[in-house]
Design a protein around this ligand. Structure first.
Ligand code: ADP
Ligand code: MG
Length: 255
C-alpha cells in the first residue's frame, strides 16, 4: 500500500467547485443572489426549482458562459480566469451538456468528439480518434460514429454530446436539463449513461425534473427559487420532508 501524505489527503477532501458570495444581475433582475456552494470531488448535486429560478444561469456561471457581478468561483482551487487561453483550458475541465444537444451538424459524430480534443487539448488526431471511438462505445453509439447528427435519434445525439464533453477529460460535468427535449422513450438511455458516470465517480451538477434520477443518483439536492438556494438536503430528506413552503409547493406540483 502506498502512504497517503497529509497534503494528498487534504487535497482529496478539498472541494472541487466552490462558489462564494456569487451575485449576478440581468439588468434589474437579480438572477443569482448570494450563492454559496461547495461541491466535493465525486459528488452528484441535483438542482431543481421552478422555471426562471436561475438554475441554468448557475450552471453557465460555473464554466464562465456568464460573467458574475460579485463573489468568486474556483475550480480545483483555481479562480475562473476572465478570458483567453487560460479560460479555454479551464472551461475544458468543466464539461457541459445542454438541453439542445448543440452538435456540429456538418461534422460526423466522430468528428464532433474529436474536434475540441485536437483544437483545445492539442491531442494528436490518431489518439483523439481512439478516445472518441472508446467514448462513443461507452455511451452506446459506437456504431453511429460515421453518421451525421441529424441521422441519429435525440437520445443518441445527447449521448454523443456527453461523449464529446467527456473527451475533454473534465473534472466536473454540468448537465442542464439534458433530457427535457427528448421523447419520453429516450429519456432513460440518457439517464442510464449519467447514472453510470455518477457511479464511476464523476463530479456532476445536474439540473433536471427527473425526480427518479434525483432520488437514485444524487448525493445532494439543491432547491432554487428566485435566484437563491432555498434548501439543500439529501434526496431522501428533501423529497420526504421539504422544509420551505416554496419547495413543498413545487413538489406538490410535480410529484
Ligand atoms: P431556469 O434555468 O431556472 O429556468 P434561468 O437561469 O434560465 O432560469 O433564468 C433565470 C432568469 O434570468 C429568468 O427570469 C430569465 O428570463 C432571466 N435570464 C436568463 N438569461 C438571460 C439573459 N441572457 N438576459 C436577460 N435575462 C435572462
Ligand atoms: Mg433552465
Amino acid at each position: 500500500m502506498t502512504e497517503t501524505t497529509a497534503s494528498e489527503a487534504a487535497a482529496a477532501q478539498a472541494p472541487l467547485v466552490v462558489l462564494s458570495g456569487v451575485n449576478k444581475h440581468f439588468g434589474a433582475l437579480h438572477v443569482l443572489q448570494d450563492i454559496d456552494l461547495s461541491i466535493t470531488a465525486g459528488e452528484v448535486v441535483v438542482v431543481i426549482g421552478p422555471s426562471g429560478s436561475g438554475k441554468s444561469t448557475l450552471c453557465r456561471t460555473i464554466n464562465r458562459l456568464e460573467t458574475i457581478d460579485s463573489g468568486t468561483i474556483t475550480i480545483d482551487g483555481r479562480p475562473l480566469p476572465a478570458e483567453g487561453r487560460e479560460l479555454a483550458r479551464l472551461r475544458a475541465e468543466v464539461g457541459m451538456v445542454f438541453q439542445s444537444f448543440n452538435l456540429f451538424a456538418h461534422r460526423t459524430v466522430l468528428e464532433n468528439v474529436v474536434l475540441a480534443q485536437v483544437k483545445v487539448r492539442k491531442v494528436p488526431r490518431a489518439e483523439a480518434e481512439r478516445t472518441a471511438r472508446d467514448l462513443l462505445e461507452q455511451v452506446g453509439v459506437g456504431a453511429q460514429a460515421d453518421k451525421f447528427p441529424a441521422q441519429l435519434s435525440g437520445g443518441q445525439q445527447q449521448r454523443v454530446a456527453i461523449a464529446r464533453a467527456l473527451a475533454m477529460k473534465p473534472k466536473v460535468m454540468l448537465f442542464d436539463e439534458p433530457t427535457s427535449a427528448l421523447d419520453p422513450e429516450m429519456v432513460n438511455e440518457v439517464l442510464e449513461v449519467m447514472r453510470r458516470l455518477a457511479a464511476d465517480g464523476m463530479t456532476m451538477v445536474v439540473v433536471t425534473h427527473e425526480m427518479g434520477f434525483a432520488r437514485s443518483a444524487a448525493n445532494r439536492v439543491l432547491f432554487m427559487a428566485d435566484g437563491r438556494i432555498v434548501e439543500e438536503n439529501t434526496p431522501d430528506a428533501f423529497f420526504t420532508s421539504p422544509r420551505s413552503d416554496r419547495a413543498k409547493d413545487f413538489l406538490s406540483k410535480i410529484l
